[in-house]
Ligand binder design. Structure first.
Ligand SMILES: [Zn+2]
Length: 152
């Protein structure tokens, strides 16, 4: 009975968005549902109205503004790849995380604030991987698993 109540509550609260200035209604990338702004203990996020059947979720700024465009499974795979490559730079290199992000933002001609791999599309993830091969520029030659050339 307790479970049932909790479940009902969740479904009902998913029907409407949090009342925040940046709140939007998004198209779910995984199903034909809509995504509404909700509250989690980590802050606001977008969840699919078809939860729990659909578990798509999307990040939001503290004011409710969505973090980029919701991604489908393919885009998420690319983001994970890009993140792995990028994290390698500052986890194993001489570079600090913040400096690596600033360099990435510069490389991609976006602002540091927009530089969230979690909101990148596939094309931008490819740029991140190109960046990872190139950065830091004075590193000796190494294998190029992505066959990438930023100017090809
Ligand atoms: Zn959905």
């Amino acid at each position: 009975m307790e479970f049932r109540n909790a479940f009902t509550h969740k479904v009902e609260s998913g029907r409407k968005s949090l009342d925040l200035p940046g709140a939007k209604i998004l198209d779910c990338p995984e199903c034909d549902g809509k995504m509404f702004l909700r509250q989690s203990k980590h802050g606001p996020f977008y969840g699919c109205e078809n939860f729990p059947t659909c578990r798509a979720a999307h990040g939001a700024h503290p004011n409710g503004e969505p973090l980029g465009v919701p991604a489908n499974a393919e885009t998420k795979k690319w983001r994970i790849r890009a993140h792995d490559g990028f994290d390698h730079i500052w986890k194993h290199g001489e570079v600090r995380r913040n400096d690596a992000y600033s360099a990435l933002a510069q490389y991609m001609s976006i602002s540091r604030d927009e530089c969230h791999i979690g909101s990148f599309d596939i094309e931008q993830c490819e740029e991140v991987l190109n960046f990872c091969d190139w950065y830091p520029p004075d590193e000796p030659d190494h294998d190029d698993p992505w066959g990438s050339d930023p100017y090809s």
